[in-house]
Design a protein around this ligand. Structure first.
Ligand SMILES: [Zn+2]
Length: 96
């Protein structure tokens, strides 16, 4: 995992979200050099990243606020949980 890689998760409405360095992004538009993702935290924030076809950050805009690592972590955990719930049944816990 390098600083230029992003993780993907889902919003509550099942939209794709990219997580990068404590900020979350929603897909914005296709550019010649990649796909532009916009910061989802503030409506007036100009922060964003451009991801190339390998989902590597090739461009990054400054945010008007501080990163919120906790929020991203929480969202990842929710997705993990959902994945487990939808996946194969977990083995039963041993009886104490
Ligand atoms: Zn931002």
């Amino acid at each position: 995992m390098t600083d230029n890689q992003v993780k993907f998760t889902k919003s509550q409405r099942e939209a794709d979200k990219a997580v990068h360095q404590g900020s979350m992004y929603t897909r914005h538009k296709r550019l010649v050099r990649g796909v532009k993702w916009r910061c989802d935290l503030r409506d007036d924030c100009n922060g964003g990243v451009v991801l190339n076809d390998q989902d590597i950050v090739v461009e990054k805009g400054a945010h008007t606020h501080v990163a919120d690592w906790g929020r991203c972590k929480a969202r990842e955990c929710v997705v993990d949980l959902n994945g487990k719930l939808n996946g194969p049944a977990a083995p039963p816990l041993p009886q104490l």
